[in-house]
Design a protein. Structure first.
Length: 118
């Protein structure tokens, strides 16, 4: 059972930056596709970004493309989401997820709150 623990959320002004981290409990983390999702109040959870096993192929939602960067450090069993040029509409709970193929997600973290003030 892989456990995922997010950190790095907080309150930031529009235009600012935050870096989220997601630490996995097992070294088998390297075998998983890792993703970030978010859920704003009153809205459904939506895809933000994902990174494939080797770290070389990344996908982003159109709403964050060019502003957010997903990366992974297999030595630390950690995946990151660097968020720049934040907007109030980025306010949400951000979740880390892990899956074997990038289309279904087996493991989820508990979420970390990101609030962007205008």
């Amino acid at each position: 059972q892989v456990q995922l623990v997010e950190s790095g959320g907080g309150l930031v002004q529009a235009g600012g930056s935050l870096r989220l981290s997601c630490a996995a409990s097992e070294r088998t983390f390297a075998n998983y596709v890792m993703g970030w999702f978010r859920q704003a109040p009153g809205k459904e959870r939506e895809f933000v970004a994902r990174i494939m096993w080797g770290g070389g192929i990344r996908y982003y939602a159109d709403s964050v493309k060019g502003r957010f960067t997903i990366s992974r450090d297999s030595a630390k069993n950690t995946v990151y989401l660097q968020m720049n040029s934040l907007k109030p509409e980025d306010t949400a709970v951000y979740y880390c997820a892990g899956g074997l193929d990038g289309t279904s997600w087996t493991y989820w973290g508990q979420g970390t709150q990101v609030t962007v003030s205008s």
